[in-house]
Design a protein around this ligand. Structure first.
Ligand code: 7TS
Length: 421
């Protein structure tokens, strides 16, 4: 990042993305809070939804809904087609080879728990090691700790440096024949660091480990290509990439998924049930017990189309300009400390201001109509690394503008005046 770069506002205004036109597709962004126009900068927690997504949900319930894969009737066929079509879109979204490698889950947390529970329980032996980086969200730490306890394996931490980058030499030192799983985030939610997944995957494969990628924060910003990354599993959440809550996907390499035991048992995931035992369905259905979240999978597919329509290059360059502008504005102040200064960074501006607690910053800017997140961001090890209890975090989406960032900095001025005179 060239934080010293002078930002040309006109160039941004005429860039590939026109946030004003995009905002028209997001009615919620016209909300007034505390008498002010809403500025929504909490996108890493959850993004807002375009009309294309909410209208697809309405349409599904108004004209397509029944249960899937069971009925002999027309509506059940429509629902099944809508659901399986969403799986095709999800497959394209991550560039998987086969739709059977795409499992619908509730979100990233469930995707990671599924891999830890099903693959982990099946494969981990006492003494095996699971590597996770210091910058992981708790969702990519705790499931591994649980399975490590159950299997006698152990979780080891790959450290990061003070710029918020994984220390690659330390990673290589930690990798050895006992490493069974490497679980890493593509983009860190508390810092914005984009990790070199392909390179790390290749090194993990050299020692025979499988790689699990947490793409929750990558999906809203980067084009994901599981074949290019060469990863074994990858999971993401719909609600962070303009889709509905309660839906996400897990990609897994076919031969790994085939060999794994089911995650949950119930309807939809079986071929035959007798009291002497049950035969399971083929993938992906083996991992989708019970009635799935049909409507939100349809919404997920629409969210993927929404992003394709804008284009990943346009998304990346717009958000990068916002981030650069944010860093440039921060340079005006000697009392701002930024967390996360990796050269490859996406969508996140995490900071603290001398003398003001992060929670106070959050509350004061909220009164100015600006929504940000404050706290540990479910990344307590990152807070420990920087020796802070909490940070404030602004995170960007395609509908954010330079004016939104100016509003944030105006609101921060108010906080300064109130606390530091
Ligand atoms: N992994 C990462 C990197 C995340 O950022 C999050 C959520 C998750 C996993 C969990 O995703 P979920 O959809 O299953 O909840 N991160 C955040 C955040 O940064 N603020 O709120 C939630």
């Amino acid at each position: 990042m060239q934080s010293a770069l002078t930002i040309d506002r006109e160039r941004i205004a005429t860039a590939a993305i026109d946030p004003t036109a995009i905002r028209e597709q997001f009615p919620i962004l016209s909300e007034i809070v505390y008498g002010k126009n809403l500025v929504y900068l909490d996108n890493a927690a959850s993004s807002q939804k375009p009309l294309a997504v909410t209208q697809a949900l309405d349409k599904y319930y108004a004209s397509q809904h029944a249960n899937v894969h069971r009925g002999v009737h027309a509506l059940s066929d429509r629902a099944t087609e809508a659901y399986e079509n969403a799986r095709k879109l999800a497959c394209q979204f991550v560039n998987a080879e086969h739709v059977r490698e795409i499992i619908f889950v509730r979100g990233t947390t469930e995707g990671l728990n599924l891999v830890a529970s099903s693959y982990g329980r099946h494969r981990l032996k006492p003494g095996d090691e699971i590597l996770v980086s210091e910058m992981e969200h708790h969702s990519n730490i705790v499931p591994w700790q649980i399975i490590a306890e159950q299997t006698g394996s152990r979780v080891r931490m790959i450290p990061m440096d003070d710029s918020g980058q994984i220390i690659q030499e330390e990673y290589l030192e930690l990798l050895h024949e006992k490493t069974a799983i490497v679980a890493i985030t593509y983009v860190a939610n508390s810092l914005g660091t984009v990790n070199p997944i392909k390179q790390m995957t290749q090194r993990a494969h050299d020692v025979g480990a499988v790689v699990v990628v947490d793409a929750a924060q990558a999906a809203p910003h980067l084009e994901i290509d599981v074949r290019e990354l060469e990863c074994d599993f990858l999971t993401l959440s719909g609600h962070k990439m303009y889709g509905p809550t309660g839906i996400g996907i897990l990609y897994g390499r076919e031969e790994l998924l085939d060999a794994m035991p089911p995650y949950q048992g119930g309807g939809e995931m079986i071929k035959r049930v007798t009291f002497s035992g049950s035969e399971y369905a083929e993938i992906p259905h083996k991992f989708e017990a019970g009635t799935p979240n049909i409507a939100d999978s349809v919404g997920f597919g629409e969210a993927a189309k929404f992003m394709w329509n804008i284009g990943f290059d346009a998304i990346a360059s717009h958000e990068h300009q916002l981030l650069e502008y944010c860093h440039e504005r921060a340079e005006e102040f000697s009392d701002i400390r930024i967390f996360g200064m990796a050269p490859q960074k996406s969508g996140v501006f995490a900071f603290e201001i001398d003398g003001i607690h992060a929670h106070d910053i959050g509350t004061i800017v909220d009164r100015e109509g600006v929504a940000i997140r404050v706290g540990h961001h479910c990344a307590m090890p990152v807070m420990r690394h920087f020796n802070v209890a909490a940070t404030a975090r602004a995170s960007f989406a395609v509908y954010n503008s330079i004016e939104d960032i100016d509003r944030l900095f105006d609101a921060l001025d108010n906080a300064r005046e109130l606390f530091n005179g």
